[in-house]
Design a protein around this ligand. Structure first.
Ligand SMILES: Cc1cc2nc3c(=O)[nH]c(=O)nc-3n(C[C@H](O)[C@H](O)[C@H](O)COP(=O)(O)OP(=O)(O)OC[C@H]3O[C@@H](n4cnc5c(N)ncnc54)[C@H](O)[C@@H]3O)c2cc1C
Length: 475
């Protein structure tokens, strides 16, 4: 995109749309957890969302299923995440009890139910475009909508945009992508195909069509790879990745892969949508023409937007690294426990790095990873917390992200009550509040030597070394 500039005459003043005690920007899994927790904590809470519905990647990105984050089949995301799933089940849109597949339409309804019941005020079709801040505090967020520009003032702010838009606009430092290459995980446009029972072999037409399709997986992979070699499929992903839809005859594809494009650059995000749909057309053509079970399959759905796995990671007051992950590190101010493994789709092309934790092992996310280093009345309630590239690939899945949001929202309400900023909320008090609200966290136990918060000096040193190595540190 050109770097040429032109003078503009943007307004020096904008209407104040409304005020709130807590403003949550972004209504994905993190924003749902944040807004519901803040409202339940007694704060007047406004949730602003770019789309006309909630769910973020779960709905607008049609990402599926909820990846398991369990110990001994017990969810580590008890609390608002599990309530969200229960509400979905009420509409009949969930399947499975461990790795749960869900209907994105139902996810929208259930998320809105939770927010409205908690007393959250919803403002759809508004997008954060600018942040007014001074003296380490956000003073207002300027939104853009069909009405033009307008501002919202709050006492405490939560960035649940996934991309860390609010934090970045407030001037918070962030990392982007891998420490070695600077590349973020690829984007993927999710879609679903509906199988035609008539395409099943004789005598098998009454079978679960998804399971029947899985019996053709070798043929599917062979056809895909051959088409890749011939140039008929340009998707760089190594294989076809599919999951079950809620219905037996629906196949969910997490297969397109757009590499080397940044989701926080408008023009590259737009180009990514076009590239992903080109890949989608090619994949569908090959499957329909070469794999009998897909012969008459038709498009069931295409996500409204391309899925974004990784973008900014806002530098916080603590920082969790892959060494902490491997050491299964615990913290006295833990706000989430995570067992889901490292899962890095190669930012440069083929391949996916997956590293599982041993059975029964988890690591923790400390409160300081949700608190931007550079702003005092802002917490991060979405995937873009202060962790490295590898840990982000683990914590980013929807169940723990919703729990991170719940922690940010709970803390923001505590701050409003205490008349302080969210960054002053004590992490051990927060951990206790979250446990009272049913979160599956552990009480600090002196037998498990906790890791002290990294001192700012240690953290500066570490970040400076990483920034030098990667050249991707930005303010
Ligand atoms: C292709 C793909 C596959 C995945 N597979 C799985 C999976 O199988 N299982 C799993 O559990 N997780 C999966 N994930 C991860 C998971 O979906 C995301 O990491 C998770 O949804 C992040 O939640 P979030 O709330 O941080 O952000 P998001 O879900 O991205 O939500 C952010 C919300 O903020 C809104 N927003 C953004 N910017 C602004 C702005 N400036 N102003 C106003 N609103 C704004 C957006 O519209 C959106 O609603 C996958 C992700 C992708 C991309």
């Amino acid at each position: 995109m050109t770097t040429k500039t032109i003078p503009v005459s943007l307004p020096r003043e904008v209407p104040l749309i409304t005020q709130a005690q807590v403003l949550v920007v972004g209504g994905g899994p993190g924003g749902i957890g944040a807004a519901v927790a803040a409202a339940r904590g007694g704060a007047d809470t406004l949730l602003v969302e770019h789309y006309g519905f909630l769910g973020g990647m779960a709905t607008a990105g049609e990402v599926n299923p909820f990846m398991p984050n369990h110990i001994d089949r017990q969810s580590l995301d008890t609390g608002i995440f599990e309530e969200w799933v229960e509400r979905m089940a009420h509409y009949g849109g969930v399947r499975g009890d461990h790795t749960r597949t869900f209907d994105p339409n139902v996810a929208r309804l259930a998320a809105e139910d939770l927010c409205l019941d908690a007393g959250v005020r919803l403002l759809y079709h508004h997008r954060a475009a600018h942040v007014e801040s001074s003296d380490r505090r956000i003073r207002a967020v300027v939104l853009h909508s069909k009405s033009g520009l307008g501002a919202v003032r709050a006492s405490q702010y939560i960035d649940s945009t996934g991309d860390g838009d609010v934090a970045a606009l407030a001037g918070c430092a962030f990392h982007f992508g891998s420490e070695q290459t600077g590349g973020a995980q690829p984007m993927t446009l999710c879609f679903k195909l509906k199988l035609d029972r008539a395409s099943a072999p004789d005598g098998k037409r009454d079978r679960d069509l998804y399971l029947l399709m899985r019996e053709s997986m070798d043929d599917i992979q062979a056809a895909y790879r051959k088409a890749q070699e011939d140039g008929r499929i340009e998707c760089p992903r190594e294989n076809v990745l599919v999951f079950r839809g809620v219905d037996d005859d629906v196949v969910h594809f997490n297969t397109t892969r757009v590499i080397r494009k940044s989701s926080i650059k408008g023009d590259e995000l737009s180009a990514a949508e076009v590239e992903a749909r080109r890949q989608l057309r090619q994949i569908i053509d090959v499957l329909r023409s070469e794999v009998p079970i897909f012969k008459n399959a038709r498009i069931y759905s295409i996500a409204p937007q391309i899925g974004i796995r990784e973008s900014r990671r806002i530098i916080g007051r603590n920082y969790v690294t892959v060494e902490d992950y491997k050491a299964a590190r615990r913290y006295p101010d833990a706000v989430a426990r995570v067992r889901y493994g490292i899962d890095i789709h190669n930012p440069e092309g083929k391949g996916t790095t997956i590293i599982h934790l041993d059975p029964g092992v988890w690591y923790e996310i400390p409160w300081g990873s949700l608190l931007p280093r550079d702003t005092d009345n802002l917490a991060i309630g979405s995937r873009c917390i202060s962790v490295d590239h590898a840990v982000h690939s683990s914590v980013r899945v929807m169940p723990p992200v919703c729990s991170l949001g719940q922690a940010a929202g709970t803390a923001a309400a505590l701050a409003v009550k205490a008349g302080c900023d969210v960054s002053e909320v004590n992490g051990i008090t927060l951990n206790t509040e979250l446990r009272k609200a049913g979160r599956n966290l552990l009480e600090h136990d002196s037998d498990h030597a906790p890791t002290p918060v990294r001192s700012p000096e240690q953290q500066e040193k570490k970040l400076a070394a990483q920034s030098k190595a990667a050249g991707n540190f930005s303010a």
